[in-house]
Design a protein around this ligand. Structure first.
Ligand code: FA5
Length: 349
């Protein structure tokens, strides 16, 4: 019997040493130590042995069992380590490989300029107000002293949706809305930035563009004057285009202001010497402005005997062109990443 057990032990040792994976080891364990194994059969048969043989053989069977178990445990440990190192080898990461660059978006130059304008005027105590892009003829023209048939309507080629509704041609529409909406008729100091639309399309004109409108209305005795308008526009333009730029007020015509001016600024390219961009004049037209027309005050609920105001408006796209030296307005709307990425975190530099 002892020989038989010795043989079982030796065979088990050899089989265990040949095992290559944990599943095979598990199957072998069942075969060697399970209920149907040779060892279990011997244990079950101990009762038929002579009484003096039984303890000796019993203890030998246990020794063999312990040894097989310890061989299995060792093999298990070895195979687990092997499996782990195989897994690590397979999942190895080359930390010296260059990473994938994640491209970051950037603020659109128009939005940068809008934010800068809003910050400046808020710091001077202005409110930032909004108005609809789909506007009525009433607010875009009539309440701005431009009745139906007025020749100045031809100055802005409009996109009419119906005979009553159009895509606003100017943010001046928000002037009328603000005055009319202010039921308390308290002083107004507001700017409005937003999209505007006209039937135009070339290097300096887009069918969709952005304007900023400014409006100040206060009691007449406070002397809201052209000097205030001039001072305000000087701060505005110098901040946006550069401290060295000078302003020139040219008498002009807008139906909603009287007197009206077009405001030119020294050419950002040649500094006023004259170049092809400014058509050798040294000046570039930037803004429309003037004192709010008494008719506009009256039509929108302010008594022109008691109130006075000034208004100004300019194209934000044109400001962005000056600020960043962009030569064609259409670049601003083609969404070309090669163009847009040049403005990546420009103002953080
Ligand atoms: C006006 O729109 C007046 N509402 C401005 C104003 C406001 C005058 C308050 C007086 C008081 P104008 O049509 O000139 O004015 O346009 C103002 C600016 O908008 C222009 O100087 C230009 O910068 C910009 N602009 C006009 N048309 C276009 C266009 N098609 N594409 C891009 N910018 C444009």
């Amino acid at each position: 019997m002892k020989e038989k057990l010795e043989k079982i032990k030796e065979n088990a040792k050899e089989s265990i040493s040949k095992i290559q994976n944990l599943q095979e080891l598990q199957d072998l364990k069942v075969k060697l130590l399970g209920k149907k194994s040779e060892l279990s059969t011997i244990l079950k048969g101990l009762g038929s042995l002579a009484a003096e043989e039984r303890p000796k053989i019993g203890s030998f069977v246990n020794d063999v069992r312990n040894e097989i178990e310890s061989n299995i445990n060792e093999a298990e440990k070895r195979l687990k380590e092997k499996a782990l190192s195989q897994k690590l080898e397979k999942e190895k990461i080359d930390i010296t490989m260059p990473g994938t660059k994640i491209k970051r978006g950037s603020k659109h130059p128009i939005n940068r300029v809008i934010e800068e304008i809003q910050d400046l005027f808020v710091s001077m105590g202005y409110d930032v107000v909004d108005g609809p892009e789909l506007e009525t003829d009433e607010f875009c023209f009539e309440r701005l002293n431009l009745p139906d048939g007025h020749p100045a309507r031809d100055m802005q080629d409009s996109f009419y949706i119906t005979s009553e509704y159009l895509l606003r041609t100017q943010t001046s529409a928000v002037q009328a809305r603000t005055m009319l909406g202010n039921t308390e008729k308290s002083p107004i100091r507001m700017i409005c930035t937003g999209k505007t639309y006209r039937r135009e399309d070339d290097a300096t004109h887009s069918h969709q563009f952005n304007q900023v409108e400014g409006l100040v209305v206060d009691r007449k005795e406070l002397n809201v004057s052209l000097a205030d308008l001039k001072g305000t526009l000087e701060v505005f333009v110098k901040k946006m285009v550069g401290e060295k730029s000078e302003l020139r007020f040219r008498p002009s015509y807008f139906p909603f202001t009287e007197p009206s001016y077009e405001v030119d600024v020294t050419c950002f390219k040649c500094g006023g010497k004259g170049c092809p961009l400014c058509k050798k004049t040294g000046w570039i037209e930037l803004l429309g402005a003037g004192m709010v027309h008494p008719n506009v005050l009256k039509m929108n609920g302010y008594d022109p005997e008691k109130y006075a105001g000034f208004a100004f408006g300019t194209g934000i796209d044109r400001l962005a062109m000056f600020k960043y030296g962009i030569t064609d307005m259409r670049y601003l709307y083609t969404n070309d990443v090669r163009f847009l990425s040049q403005f990546d975190r420009k103002d953080e530099e």
